[in-house]
Write a protein that binds this ligand. Sequence first.
Ligand code: UDX
Length: 447
Amino acid sequence: MKITIFGSGYVGLVTGGCLADAGHRVLCVDVDKAKVDALSSGKVAIYEPGLESLIRENLAAGRLQFTADAQQGVNFGELAFIAVGTPSGLDGEADMTFVRAVAEAIGQHMTDYKLVINKSTVPVGTADLVTTIIQRALQERQKHIDFDVCSNPEFLKEGAAIGDFKRAARIIVGTDSDRVEALMRECYAPYNRNRDKMMFMGVRAAELAKYAANAMLATKISFMNEIANIAERLNADVEEVRRGIGSDPRIGYDFIYPGCGYGGSCFPKDVKALNRSAHMAGYHPALLYAVEEVNHRQKQVLYTKLMYALGGPPRDMRIAVWGLAFKPNTDDLREAPSLQLIDQLLAAGAHIQAYDPEAGTACAALYAAASALTICESSHAALQRADALVICTEWPEFRSVDLMVLAQELGRRLVIDGRNVFDPARCAAAGLTYYGIGRAAEVAVVP
Ligand code: UDX
């Protein structure tokens, strides 16, 4: 099939690369000319395991191309995926500027049938909006050209996006048209071989399913963080509680890891946008507002624990920070708990020695003006002459560190472990003072 993908961001590139890899001919369109040039020569600015080689192989095979020319994009594919960003507006509402612009371009330039597929995370009702925009543009051109709009939400996790696309748990398509169903089956056939993963449903249900999935996962995390905060006050170890409850298949072990809060490009934005949509529809989603509030509070926990352990603000102290990205295997800093901590440390007059295997450069750019923040080349370098260590992201390499070395390096022998990477008993044996999230025998210092 000939397929156009509008938006060469994270979702667009993974979708384009994987569909090209399946044998389709794919043209990716982006308004950013410099990005298009870089991608055309096989350079991918995003850190995602396997993505650059996927793009390069398919460029070389001639199945994948990039352009900044929207008209060329519209003319190319019978299928047109919209995979542009929908950032949070001031009031939490998803900003639809880029989605509207693509719909506008399709309406202005199309000359034959198009199936327009919404892959961006968009509020319920967006398929109707896109339909209206295209219809209006066609009317202005006095053209009667057939088209369909469907919803096909993505559920990719950063760091595992290609596997998630190729071996998706489900492929949801919101449509009531047989023609659309047939085209979408053909598009996804290479990745729908062993069992039928395609689910067809109403377009609004598909749009809401994306938000509901992310809100459910965010709820699991905030719930577990709430239990961790209770565990601290009741002198129980939340890691034992986690093992206990995860064994019930109705609860399951996934996504019940307590920590210093969820971040990333999806959960914070999508929970906010869903709350906003509910509010606009006259409903107060009390549970989902609480999910946001608990997460906001949880991101403060690291600094509060540090203050408590030090007996006051870390003014003029050296604080090592391990892990900056919002989770391991990505260089993405969006809504990362580390940023909250860095802001608080800088405001308190501390010196920060931060290390992340992938996100160091992005963090340095973000804090270019902050002379009190040093990005270090290794986890060990970040410990030099530091008073205390705070862990924000559970990169695998942190798990194998020698705790004795840690105890020697850290002036105050203090570790605040925001992801429960270390074993409290082993830390104690190494002479470290340890604060995790919801571990036993800790003083509750959550605000
Ligand atoms: C998420 C969804 O998983 C994905 O399906 C959707 O399409 C996009 O949003 P992603 O943002 O890449 O993917 O990250 P994810 O692995 O889900 O983690 C999100 C955040 O939750 C991270 O900050 C992570 O540290 C945190 N988290 C996750 C926890 O605190 N505890 C857990 O048990 C799981």
